[in-house]
Ligand binder design. Structure first.
Ligand code: PLP
Length: 379
């Protein structure tokens, strides 16, 4: 029997220009952490996010770590973070030995619930704790309720770090994700909407913040004719080779967004009539890059379970995945405070991410459709 190719959840999607740029970085001999592609990538990524400045680094997690350091967050400080996310959003807070409080999601965007955020901030106020930052995430590409969150953050005078790792190309009322809050981060990991193999960026309108991030990302070397250090820095800067891939990928970003949005429509048209299956819709003014298409399964209503769907796909060599397990449900955070109503618990229990690559071909879609038709007994 012919072995079929595996369909991945969100594979990298590279073209000829990426290879050409890498080759050009090689022949120029700018292969390390300085070079023309780094400058170009930083300029273009900042412009895309409608920000003044950018610092490109080796991962989104490194970008969050730099944001935490730039804000001066250290041992004993308190940071509020969306619970429904990937652990990269909050690990850097732990690196600095600060305290994490987790905030639940709301049902409309699956992101930080403004009411739970307010409850947490009120409690902090009563306990005379002044949180140092709020980390808000646009999960699966859907923008969070930024108007409300920014206004609450402003009221309580707390800085916002926008985790737009999954949301490059998404917009809220025509403003791009990556443009909200004091500092925003992006990820160019292999599974993201555009990739540099691994990589990330910190963007901001505050040039001092980005200057400090650049300084920390290159070992915090003082401006002296010898190596002098007053602070702890990191070796986080992106290489010119990887930045050259990013420059090429940025050119096709809008095309990648279109393709992922078409994937969403493919699933939506196929499953919209199935009882017990729900999609994450775009509220008015919201534009999602549809990084991953996710569905929620009400087991009783549709007569099948999340586990069964995942294993049925697996039999056919098709990768699907559960939604992120919220941070407040993680053993490592079992003692951290959490404010919420169980929204993210339910999303984790009932959700599935479906294959969403921008290079998913017609044959892949035929195989997926066949499987879904069988699972949901579609006539
Ligand atoms: C929401 C979110 N935040 C942060 C990260 C961390 O990015 P990276 O993997 O580039 O470190 C990721 C993804 O990988 C993510 O999905």
């Amino acid at each position: 029997m012919m072995k079929r190719n595996r369909i991945f959840l969100s594979p990298p999607h590279l073209g000829h220009l990426e290879a050409k740029n890498v080759s050009s970085a090689f022949s120029s001999n700018w292969i390390s952490t300085t070079g023309p592609f780094i400058n170009e990538f930083e300029k273009k990524i900042a412009r895309y996010c409608q920000r003044k400045d950018a610092c490109v680094v080796q991962s989104g997690t490194a970008a969050i770590h730099l944001a935490i350091r730039v804000l001066g967050i250290s041992e004993g400080d308190t940071v509020l973070c969306q619970s429904f996310t990937f652990i990269g959003s909050c690990n850097p807070v732990i690196y600095e030995r600060a305290n994490l409080i987790f905030i639940d999601s709301e049902n409309e965007t699956w992101n930080m619930c403004p009411n739970s955020l307010r409850n947490a901030l009120e409690d902090c106020r009563k306990r005379k704790i002044k949180p140092r930052a709020i980390i808000v995430v646009h999960l699966y590409g859907m923008p969070a309720k930024m108007d409300e969150i920014l206004s609450i953050a402003n009221e309580y005078k707390v800085d916002v770090i926008e985790d737009a790792a999954e949301a490059l190309g998404s917009k809220l009322n025509n403003k791009p994700c990556g443009s909200f809050g004091r500092l925003s981060i992006l990820s160019f990991n292999g599974n993201k909407i555009i990739t540099t193999s691994g990589g990330g960026a910190l963007v901001s309108n505050n040039s001092n913040d980005i200057d400090e991030a650049n300084f920390l990302s290159t070992q915090a070397k003082e401006n002296k004719p010898f190596y002098e250090h007053k602070k702890t820095g990191y070796n986080y800067k992106l290489s010119n080779i990887l930045a050259s891939i990013g420059v090429a990928q940025l050119k096709v970003l809008d095309d990648r967004v279109n393709k992922r949005r078409k994937n969403y429509m493919f699933y939506y048209e196929l499953l919209k009539g199935i009882k017990g299956v729900t999609f994450l819709k775009e509220p008015k003014g919201y534009f999602s890059n549809r990084w991953l298409t996710c569905i929620i399964i009400d087991e009783k209503a549709c007569g099948t379970s999340v586990n069964r769907i995942i294993s049925e796909f697996e039999e056919e060599g098709i990768e699907t995945r559960r939604l992120w397990k919220p941070m407040h449900m993680q053993p490592i955070f079992k003692n951290n405070p959490f404010y919420g109503n169980g929204v993210s618990n339910l999303l984790f229990e009932q959700g599935i991410c479906l294959p969403s690559g921008s290079n998913m071909g017609d044959d892949d879609k035929r195989r997926i459709k066949l499987k879904l038709t069988k699972i949901f007994s579609i006539k």
